[in-house]
Design a protein around this ligand. Structure first.
Ligand code: ADP
Ligand code: MG
Length: 239
């Protein structure tokens, strides 16, 4: 039996633009299971990023519930959300979002500082992570001294260094060439599988969805279909 780590129930996100209502997420219910690689696939504007941001607690739903383990994300205030993200969540963004004035090592160390881990241990863990992404020889480089692929490796190291139960990636290879894209996908999915983490990855590219255990196809803020790539015994608990 597979356990769900995140339950999404009747979620809507409606933006009011003057008189127009934009139904970015228009009634979505689904589960995300412990240890799976779940891909949110859809065309530009289908609501992928919005859904990811809602699940990650970066935005609040207009309606509905998002339950992470037993925590109701939509009921948390800003402090609780920040704490939640630090403890449970790692992010990989299309634009890397590294701090430009910090070195690769310092960028990877950041999440550990927020968790109050002592300096020596932080540096060791961050170096170990840089090694895992093949960048130990770039530890003292700043972002502008690295290629796009290298910067994304640093951001992957930063997302995983805390060993969060869930890693979210929004079009993580959107700015990379084809060869680097597959290297990054191998790296992200390999790390997630190795540490039994749950990975939620957003893409518009059907080929990248091949990496997923489950593909959730979004269209106009709704689920068009869910495709299971690998068969596993599971129980779908509907709340
Ligand atoms: P995707 O990531 O699939 O390209 P998004 O989730 O970014 O799609 O956007 C879904 C829809 O919601 C789009 O029509 C977009 O224009 C709209 N949208 C997203 N964010 C906002 C916002 N902050 N204000 C108004 N509309 C938004
Ligand atoms: Mg998007």
């Amino acid at each position: 039996m597979r356990e769900s780590i995140i339950r999404i129930r009747d979620v809507k996100k409606i933006y009011q633009m003057g008189k127009e209502e934009i139904r970015a997420i228009d009634g979505i219910s689904m589960n995300i299971y412990q240890g799976e690689i779940c891909c949110l696939l859809g065309k530009s504007g289908s609501g992928k990023s919005t859904l990811l941001n809602l699940i990650a607690g970066l935005e609040k739903p207009t309606e509905g519930k998002i339950i992470f383990h037993k925590k109701y994300i939509e009921r948390m205030d800003e402090d609780q959300l920040a704490d939640f993200r630090r403890k449970y969540v790692g992010f990989v963004f299309q634009s890397y979002n590294l701090l430009p004035t910090l070195t690769a090592l310092e960028n990877v160390t950041l999440p550990l500082i927020f968790r109050g881990i002592p300096k020596q241990e932080r540096t060791e863990k961050a170096m170990e992570m840089l090694r895992a992404v093949g960048l130990e020889d770039r530890a003292n480089h700043k972002p502008y001294e690295m290629s796009g692929g290298q910067q994304q490796r640093v951001s992957i190291a930063r997302a995983f260094v805390n060993e969060p139960p869930v890693v979210f990636a929004d079009e993580p290879t959107g700015n990379l060439d084809t060869k680097t894209t597959y290297e990054m996908m191998d790296l992200i999915t390999g790390l997630a599988k190795k540490y039994h983490q749950t990975l939620v990855i957003v893409t518009h590219d059907l080929e990248l969805a091949e990496y997923a255990d489950r593909i959730v196809v979004l269209q106009d803020g709704r689920i068009e279909k869910i495709e299971r790539r690998k068969r596993e015994e599971e129980v779908d608990e509907n709340a």
